[in-house]
Ligand binder design. Structure first.
Ligand SMILES: Cc1cc2nc3c(=O)[nH]c(=O)nc-3n(C[C@H](O)[C@H](O)[C@H](O)COP(=O)(O)OP(=O)(O)OC[C@H]3O[C@@H](n4cnc5c(N)ncnc54)[C@H](O)[C@@H]3O)c2cc1C
Length: 478
């Protein structure tokens, strides 16, 4: 529901629909590729007011609200922003989202709020994401941010994983007065916000500022603790936790199963991005080294992770960076925006190509990749045309570094070590009601990528929030 109903607004919709659009200012590719800083210049107050005043205030429910997985009240926020009421706008976002400063930066807006904006029909969509970034930064700088904490209930919830799903869950549990403790296998909290998404898309300080809100609200963090290995879910119940939320994501890189995969110089995307983008002091002890990349880098895969790897490799100083994908650009699963940025920054693309073997040089390090050409065959079950090898078309590419960005699987260890917890598809946690993350084991709830498979920050966070409501009900019923 919109807080400020559109029928009360006296606005000239036609004039707004054709109001000038100034777009976003980006740093030039030749400059931005030299560092890991933000690519987009933030909006200032004048630009924010002007941009928000382009919103034509569609009747409730507005398409942007429906498309937003949190159902943020975007039209009302736009109304507040155009009047300079930035802190109120930020508060509105915080009613429905636990991580507005993060989602505003990393959501694929062109597929969500901005993609559904009716202005797309005639013009350009309102820059909902950048406006959310502007007001949440303004709020933090001027008014500060605090998570309201409810009257203590004496109930304790263990959150396994400290990524967006668990953070979404924790915020609402804290508001209900429950105490929360995060357990994560990594030294620092944040999940893929810290150990995956590159800095040029999401500066780490944004994640840490938000994390400090959780700490101030009383959340505890236990790092370097792998549930299923260092201790089990049952151990957590033994330690007097009343409920457990599993937000462990899908952290295992898919394998290619071809010869030479283990050669020095062949990286998995997670390892490469984490070591390429994260402060070394925040990495597990055995990972505190930047990836060594040569002049020629090949990234294998067609998703967003592949674009992130291409752009990280360019920033780490590679001279020739090429993406290899076995279908054509049309079938690529990754977003166009990130791919376009990668192209602008100098990445090359080689389509209909499949690696079949990594080849070592005399020193034992990766020196080349043998590939085979592909053609598109019949559509698969999802309607995507299957790549089919072209017999006898093998060829080699000389390369110093290869990065495999092929997708992710869950670690089955929690399912294997938690009696009564059902899993499927190599470790995804089965939920009896996806809306609220109830699992087959009493007192254990789950959300985020470990339930859905690889998805988005915003969807993980929303599923954590929904699970928090179910956990609260459960704790009250105990
Ligand atoms: C390279 C990359 C770039 C991405 N870019 C974007 C983007 O731009 N926009 C977007 O919306 N989404 C993006 N995503 C997807 C997004 O990051 C995920 O969908 C989201 O982080 C999932 O949140 P989560 O909380 O479920 O899991 P995660 O963020 O994966 O967090 C899970 C946490 O659990 C910990 N953990 C795992 N197993 C255990 C265990 N057994 N015990 C203790 N701790 C454990 C992990 O260390 C991790 O810290 C990207 C993903 C990747 C890989």
């Amino acid at each position: 529901m919109q807080t400020i109903p559109s029928e009360y607004l006296e606005i000239d919709r036609k004039a707004r629909a054709y109001a000038p659009y100034r777009g976003l200012s980006l740093r030039p590719p030749t400059e931005r590729v030299c560092d890991f800083g933000d690519v987009v210049f933030p909006l200032d107050s004048d630009r924010a007011m002007q941009e928000a005043a382009r919103c034509i205030h569609c009747p409730d429910p507005a398409p942007c609200m429906l498309a937003c997985p949190c159902h943020n009240d975007i039209p009302s926020a736009m109304w507040l922003i155009e009047q300079g009421r930035y802190v109120e706008a930020a508060h509105l976002y915080r009613q429905t989202s636990s991580l507005p400063e993060i989602c505003s930066r990393v959501c694929p807006h062109e597929q969500l709020c901005e993609g559904s904006c009716v202005l797309n029909k005639t013009h350009e969509p309102v820059l909902c994401g950048s406006l959310e970034t502007f007001v949440t930064s303004y709020e933090r700088e001027t008014a500060g941010v605090a998570i309201p904490v409810g009257k203590p209930t004496g109930k304790k919830v263990a959150l396994v994983g400290a990524g967006p799903a668990s953070q979404g869950c924790a915020e609402l549990l804290l508001q209900q007065g429950h105490s929360v403790t995060f357990f994560d296998s990594k030294p620092a909290p944040g999940g893929l916000l810290v150990y995956g998404i590159p800095n040029f898309k999401l500066a780490k300080e944004v994640v840490f500022y938000r994390w400090s809100d959780f700490e101030k609200a009383g959340a505890k963090f236990v790092g370097n603790t792998y549930i299923g290995k260092d201790k089990t879910v049952d151990d957590l119940f033994q330690e007097d936790f009343d409920a457990v939320f599993l937000g462990v994501g899908v952290g295992i890189d898919a394998k290619m199963e071809i010869p030479g995969e283990g050669l020095p110089g062949v990286y998995e995307a997670t390892d490469f991005l984490m070591r390429g983008n994260t402060d070394l002091s925040l990495l597990p002890e055995n990972k505190r080294e930047r990836p060594v990349i040569g002049k020629r880098v090949v990234v294998i895969g067609g998703g967003d992770t592949a674009s992130d790897c291409l752009r990280t490799a360019l920033r780490l100083g590679a001279e020739e960076v090429t993406c290899i994908y076995r279908r054509t650009e049309k079938e690529m699963p990754g977003g166009k925006k990130d791919r376009q940025m990668a192209k602008e920054e100098g990445a090359k693309f080689r389509f209909l190509t499949q690696p079949v073997r990594f080849i070592a040089g005399e020193d034992g390090h990766l020196a080349a990749i043998e590939c085979i050409e592909m053609r598109l065959g019949e559509p698969d079950a999802k309607g995507r045309r299957k790549p089919v090898p072209v017999e006898g078309s093998n060829f080699s590419i000389a390369v110093d570094t290869a990065i495999k960005a092929l997708g992710y699987w869950p670690d089955p260890v929690i399912g294997e070590t938690t009696p009564g917890l059902e899993t499927h598809d190599w470790g995804l946690v089965t939920v009896t009601d996806r809306q609220i993350g109830v699992t087959t084991r009493e007192g254990v709830f789950a959300g985020g990528d470990v339930v859905t498979g690889p998805d988005l920050v915003v969807t993980a966070m929303v599923s954590g929030r929904k699970a928090a409501l179910a956990i609260d009900e459960y704790l009250k019923s105990k």
